[in-house]
Design a protein around this ligand. Structure first.
Ligand SMILES: *Cc1c(COP(=O)(O)O)cnc(C)c1O
Length: 226
């Protein structure tokens, strides 16, 4: 199948999942994850109507966003080193992976110095996996409260990568806990702009939609295996 058919299929499955959950499919944003995907294929996805693209490396994001039309929205979804923040802040509209104070302070500082703002999501290590980045769920509220006061750092929601399980259904409790954490942070921490819950990838995006995801990050199901 080609990219157009793949996107069509993902959209249909998202709509089905949203309907099952009584949600508006239009409230779910599809981010095409383009890491390792050549520019011509990314452009093909753009020509199918996609406008949101995700990269996990600063260099690759900078290189690709120069080749796409200016109305493409870029999402930074990987581990971000503080020394790369200045380079991507005007290019990535949303950084999904804030998980430490030093990075929060650097994004805030870079925003005030450059006059460019990047919205951010707090990454949560929802499966408490040693190999994964992200805040431990138990530290999320205090971290959110600490960064809420930084003027150059609009916190717009949460992001998680669910642990790999055998069946998509096994992800459900993790996604459900993310939604609960989202609601908790939204209710208990003033000064945030909680709107987005970024969760769900190729293997589990339908479950994520059923559990309240507002942003899906899908690579393989659109572009094929990397
Ligand atoms: C690669 C990646 C994705 C997309 O993964 P697929 O399984 O190819 O859909 C989503 N989120 C992050 C953070 C990634 O690094």
């Amino acid at each position: 199948m080609g990219i157009r058919e793949n996107i069509q299929e993902v959209r249909e499955k998202v709509a089905e999942a949203a309907n099952r959950a009584g949600r508006d499919p239009g409230a779910v944003k599809l981010v095409a994850v383009t890491k390792t995907v050549p520019v011509d294929k990314v452009m093909e996805a753009y020509n199918c109507g996609l406008r949101d693209f995700g990269e996990s490396r600063a260099q690759e994001l900078l290189q690709k966003c120069g080749h796409l039309p200016p109305d493409a929205n870029w999402h930074f979804i990987g581990t971000l080193q503080t020394n790369k923040v200045k380079k991507i802040i005007g290019r990535a509209g949303l950084i999904h992976s804030l998980d430490r104070i030093a990075l929060a302070e650097e994004i805030d500082r870079a925003a005030r110095e450059t006059g460019q703002v990047a919205r951010v999501l707090l990454q949560v290590n929802i499966g408490s996996e040693e190999t994964k980045h992200g805040l431990p769920p138990g530290q999320l509220v205090s971290f959110a409260a600490r960064v809420a006061g930084l003027p150059g750092l609009p916190v717009c929601g949460l992001m998680a990568i669910a642990p790999r399980c055998g069946e998509p259904g096994e992800m459900k409790p993790f996604f459900r806990e993310m939604k609960a954490l989202f609601d908790q942070v939204k209710e208990s921490v003033p000064g945030l702009f909680m709107r987005h819950l970024s969760m769900g990838m190729t293997g589990d995006y339908q479950v994520a939609v059923e559990e309240g995801a507002t942003i899906l990050r899908v690579g393989t199901a659109i572009f094929g295996a990397r």
